[in-house]
Ligand binder design. Structure first.
Ligand code: Z5A
Length: 211
């Protein structure tokens, strides 16, 4: 496959959506073909799964059921969207991927991390990100940004603060153990965060012969 998969990860309100948009514009201005997508919900089937997963009224989704629904969304996404776009040579900016499942279902819910890794391998068929940008922000800051949006909180946002802390700790441990996960200080203003992302990406784009 000729394209590259760049994943954005982090806790709620870390700024993934904002930064991916800015990044998309920047890459397009460089003449690079870019596709933006997300998990859950990057395909038509995934949109239905996303609604089920995030609906705050769904109070009886068991942890393993939740894990399998995220895996189902991912499997469909890999086959229907990621692989075809990588084959075309596109750069893909993906809002969340396998590390979200380790952070949320593994560290957050306490499910077996080795089992999650095996499930991730099945769902992705072994497709890994080329680069993962972890937008690191304090959970309180992230959640207060979301509250300021006046959005109705979804099922995961409504979890207790202790859950979000475990998720944050999960990201921290993942980053410490994997070189391809780059930490970006997402507590700064949007422009400063974008600058750091562009600096990181500029190097990679050269290495991948895009520029
Ligand atoms: N989940 C899971 O459990 N397991 C899995 O395997 C996967 C996912 C794949 C998907 O939600 C949910 O599914 C997620 C994890 C779980 N949990 N929840 N909830 P999502 O990824 O679609 O939603 P999210 O994580 O809550 O992200 P978001 O709402 O899209 O937020 P964001 O993309 O990180 O931030 P934003 O929309 O760019 O910014 C939020 C606000 O902050 C907005 O008003 C911005 O203008 C503002 N903002 C952004 N950056 C800044 C800076 N730098 N300074 C100040 N203000 C800022």
């Amino acid at each position: 496959m000729n394209g590259r998969l760049i994943v954005f990860e982090g806790v709620e309100g870390c700024g993934k959506t904002s930064q991916m948009q800015l990044c998309q514009e920047w890459l397009q201005n460089l003449g690079i073909s870019v596709v933006v997508t997300r998990e859950p919900g990057g395909t038509p089937l995934g949109l239905d799964l996303r609604r089920l997963l995030l609906d705050a009224e769904n109070k009886t989704i068991f942890n393993t059921t939740e894990l399998l629904l995220y895996a189902a969304d991912r499997s469909q996404h890999v086959e229907q969207k990621l692989k075809p776009n990588l084959e075309k040579g596109n750069i893909i900016l993906c809002d969340r991927y396998t590390d979200s499942t380790i952070a949320y279902q593994g560290y957050g819910r306490g499910l077996d991390i080795n089992l999650i890794k095996q499930l991730n391998a099945i769902a992705t068929g072994g497709l890994e990100s080329d680069l993962t940008l972890w937008l690191d922000v304090d959970i309180e800051v992230g959640l207060s940004r979301k509250r300021a949006d006046n959005d109705i909180a979804d099922r995961i946002e409504l979890e207790a603060i202790a859950f979000h802390r475990r998720v944050q700790q999960g990201y921290s441990q993942l980053q410490a153990s994997q070189e391809k996960i780059v930490r970006i200080d997402a507590s700064l203003n949007k422009e400063a965060v974008q600058k750091m992302i562009q600096t990181t990406l500029s190097d990679r784009l050269k290495g991948w012969n895009y520029v």
